[in-house]
Design a protein around this ligand. Structure first.
Ligand SMILES: [Fe+2]
Length: 368
């Protein structure tokens, strides 16, 4: 724990500083993360970066698998290989691996020579398609996958934004997408309204690792939010935020005056210490399922995202402090403070699990 009353800028975010939740925090190995769009992992292996590590994602006979992007033989990227007869073949010497990572062939030694066990790859603990994305858990996850009911609801039109890479940490981005108080300032040109400056009290419902918040804002009407028109109607929008650690934000917005619902799913890939890939999808029940209507929804969401990105990329530390005394929190910030509590709890749970495992290993050693 950091000393009390130390200003945030006196706290370092150096690599390995677990007082800050960065894109390389060790707790993230025990969580699910999106790493690609499902449709982009099809005919061959795909190289991705997660938590500063390179991984190879591939479908072998319909089974999604992920291996470190490094052939055990000469450390060649496996993502430079190809799929042959339901196996992943390294492009350098033709080593072949099945979906479990077991090396099943080394062509240069012939079909009868034994294959060394060290020639196999250790796969990621989990790889799954969810919400149109490929998700990985490098080690056994403590937290389940996020829920977005609208994804499979035929009354909603799915409007995925292009994949976006931001020079920010995933925790900072989730913090921003949960934030209740920045709409009338950062987003005044798109949907924010100055009448929304006071953040009323709201309740936080925590359930395990997740929490929910319901809240009402005054913003521009959805139909008026697309541009900087002089005339616009102010309406109440009723928000439901759901945070699923480490970084997923679900936001369901009801514009009751317009009989419209806009749900936004913010999925974050912590690529490395300085970059986060954002997979953002709008789900709309008020537009036709046409190319033009979807593009209009995407253009609006992109205009909002650009406002957030421009500010977040100027943050000089790429992380969120877990020490609650490092920043100032008021009653208007309870939702983002709760996110920090959840992340701190997650970090503590993983640290405790690591300590137990280390103790078990030590006990096993002393028993020998
Ligand atoms: Fe924002």
């Amino acid at each position: 724990m950091a000393p009390k009353n130390v200003p945030a800028d006196r706290l370092t975010a150096r690599s390995g500083d677990e007082r800050w939740f960065t894109n390389e925090h060790p707790a993230l190995r025990r969580c699910w993360h999106p790493v690609a769009r499902s449709e982009d992992v099809a005919d061959g292996p795909v190289g991705v970066e997660l938590l500063g590590e390179r991984w190879c994602v591939v479908r072998l006979d319909g089974v999604l698998a992920a291996f470190p992007d490094r052939c055990p033989h000469r450390f060649t990227p496996l993502s430079a290989g190809r799929i042959v007869d339901g196996t992943l073949e390294c492009g350098y010497h033709g080593y072949r691996f099945d979906a479990t990572g077991r090396c099943v062939e080394i062509p240069a030694i012939g079909p009868t020579a034994p294959i060394p066990s060290r020639a196999s790859c250790r796969p990621a603990h989990g790889a799954i398609d969810h919400l149109g994305l490929v998700w990985l858990a490098l080690d056994e996850p403590l937290v389940g996958l996020p829920h977005v009911p609208e994804h499979d609801d035929p009354t909603f039109v799915n409007c995925p934004l292009p994949v976006l890479d931001w020079n920010a940490s995933a925790a900072q981005m989730a913090d921003n997408f949960l934030d209740q108080g920045h709409f009338p300032y950062l987003h005044l040109a798109t949907f924010g309204a100055l009448d929304d400056r006071i953040v009323p009290d709201y309740r936080i419902d925590r359930d395990g690792w997740r929490f929910e918040v319901r809240h009402t804002h005054t913003t521009k009407a959805l139909a008026d939010s697309h541009g900087a028109g002089e005339e616009f109607a102010l309406v109440d929008r009723h928000d439901l935020f759901v945070f699923t650690p480490p970084h997923h934000v679900y936001l369901r917005i009801e514009y009751r005056a317009e009989n419209a619902v806009l749900t936004i799913s913010f999925c974050h890939q912590p690529v490395n210490a300085t970059t986060t890939r954002l997979y953002c999808t709008d789900y709309r029940n008020d537009i036709a399922d046409t190319v033009e209507a979807r593009q209009g929804a995407v253009d609006f969401q992109l205009a909002v995202a650009v406002e957030d990105q421009a500010l977040l990329e100027r943050m000089h530390r790429k992380g969120v402090p877990l020490d609650p005394t490092a920043e100032i929190h008021t009653k208007a910030d309870r939702i983002t403070l709760e996110m920090r509590r959840v992340l701190a709890d997650l970090a503590a749970a993983v640290a405790a699990a690591v300590a137990v495992a280390a103790g078990a290993t030590g006990t096993a050693r002393s028993d020998r």
